[in-house]
Design a binder for this molecule. Structure first.
Ligand code: PMT
Length: 400
């Protein structure tokens, strides 16, 4: 089960300003969030903002008689299903390693029996200092999980490791805590996003796929412990946690990458919206309107792209291959025909005539269409929820 009650402990570094965004990401994922912060953290982020976004009063003082009367510090430590420390400064990590309890945050961290996830953020030299690395090893040895830090330009002006991970990525790490690794040992290959078929040096044909559905699938597979490769077409989404990503543009490039990853894969899910056609000729320069007679039309000749799903299904062996079907009418009949034509193990059909599901929205309403004729209709769900339902079915199929 996902941890539901998250106690967010914020320590005094510049990355504390990202705490409200982190709280919002956690709440979007249906977690209940309470915040505690060190007095130094409250110089970077206002307790009032945290109270507004979390929906709970925010505590910083260990001996606040009024607040202790509502929920005392041991009560807070016991309330949490997970304690998330973000940002975790070098100082707080040192205190945790030493078992110090000289303020509310360190006291709660010593008292809690809940799992702890830390997201360090500090100057690159503080991070690489042997004292910090030794504290980190001590914490890891006690079962504390760590996310980040990332490399990049730091607020102090230095470059290197020390940036707190992105709030969305931390929220994914929280969601992954406590999830049984039911896909450990499996290699999952997912395609996502639309392909882009070049016309000339600046123009292309593409589609409205945002990649959200495929990225949610890749993220869910990683949560369940799979080794995940995500072949991403045109999308602006960040790479999900624990996923290896290969970016491609055209259907031909997608085919080449999928075939290169095919041998090692045990589960293949093709959520990408692959262009069925591409321009027969691609100009390596910009085609100019002035080259045509005034008012003349232009004809673009298209040729068919290879059908990647059909090709891999034909030689899938004991792999599980899942295709998607984007249909705007007669969804079930069309999906059944597609299942036969493509030869995969399951078709996930979505009705793209709805504007609350399918392309470029956060939710999807899908039907699972099985080779035995069975059709299972799911309600409108957030795309991560659809991904979870899909893997529940795939795991059952593979057990059988
Ligand atoms: O990315 P989002 O904005 O989140 O939107 C999600 C989605 C609507 C794109 C997704 O849920 C979806 O339906 N993806 C498949 C879209 C599609 O291309 O469907 P299709 O019916 O044209 O293709 C059927 C299947 O064959 C798909 O698995 C497709 O990846 C595959 N295919 C299609 C053509 C081709 N040349 N090669 C293929 O492998």
């Amino acid at each position: 089960m996902d941890p539901r009650r998250i106690l967010l402990a914020i320590s005094g570094g510049i990355a504390a300003y990202k705490a409200p965004e982190l709280v919002r990401s956690l709440r979007r994922a249906d977690h209940l969030v309470r915040c505690v912060l060190t007095p130094e953290a409250s110089r970077f982020v206002s307790p009032l903002s945290l109270q507004a976004v979390s929906g709970h009063s925010v505590r910083s003082d260990l001996f606040d008689a009024g607040e202790e009367g509502k929920i005392d510090h041991i009560g807070l430590a016991d309330w949490a299903d997970l304690v998330l420390v973000a940002p975790a400064t070098a100082n707080l990590m040192a205190k945790m390693a030493q078992g110090l309890a000289d303020d509310l945050v360190s006291t709660v961290l010593l008292a809690t029996r809940a799992p702890i996830l830390v997201a360090p953020a500090m100057n690159v030299n503080m991070w690489s200092h042997p004292a910090t690395q030794s504290n980190l090893a001590t914490l890891r040895g006690r079962g504390v999980s760590v996310i980040g830090p990332d490399a990049g330009e730091l607020a102090c002006g230095w470059e290197g490791l020390g940036r707190m991970s992105d709030p969305g990525v931390i929220a994914e790490a929280v969601a992954a805590q406590g999830v049984p690794p039911t896909l450990a040992g499996a290699r999952v290959l997912v395609t996502a996003g639309g392909t882009s078929e070049a016309i000339d040096a600046v123009r292309s044909i593409s589609n409205r796929s945002s990649g959200k559905m495929g990225f949610a699938i890749a993220s869910e597979a990683a949560r369940r412990g799979a080794d995940v490769v995500l072949v991403a077409g045109v999308t602006s989404l960040p790479t999900p946690l624990g996923v290896r990503r290969v970016d491609v543009q055209s259907a031909l490039e997608m085919r080449e990458t999928v075939l290169a990853e095919f041998d090692e894969a045990s589960i293949i899910i093709k959520a990408a919206a692959v262009a069925d056609f591409r321009p027969a000729e691609v100009s390596d320069r910009k085609i100019k309107k002035e080259e045509l007679a005034e008012g003349a039309s232009m004809t673009l000749e298209l040729v068919q792209n290879p059908d990647i799903l059909r090709e891999i299904s034909a030689r899938k062996g004991d792999r599980t291959v899942v295709g998607f079907a984007a249909e705007s009418e007669d969804v079930v009949a069309a999906a059944k025909r597609k299942l036969v034509r493509k030869g995969c193990d399951l078709i996930v059909a979505n009705d793209i005539s709805r504007n609350d599901a399918g392309f470029d929205v956060d939710e999807n309403a899908v039907l699972f269409v099985w080779p035995n004729g069975e059709v299972e209709e799911l309600p409108l769900l957030p795309k991560p929820g659809v991904a979870a339902q899909l893997f529940d079915r795939i795991e059952k199929l593979r057990e059988g």
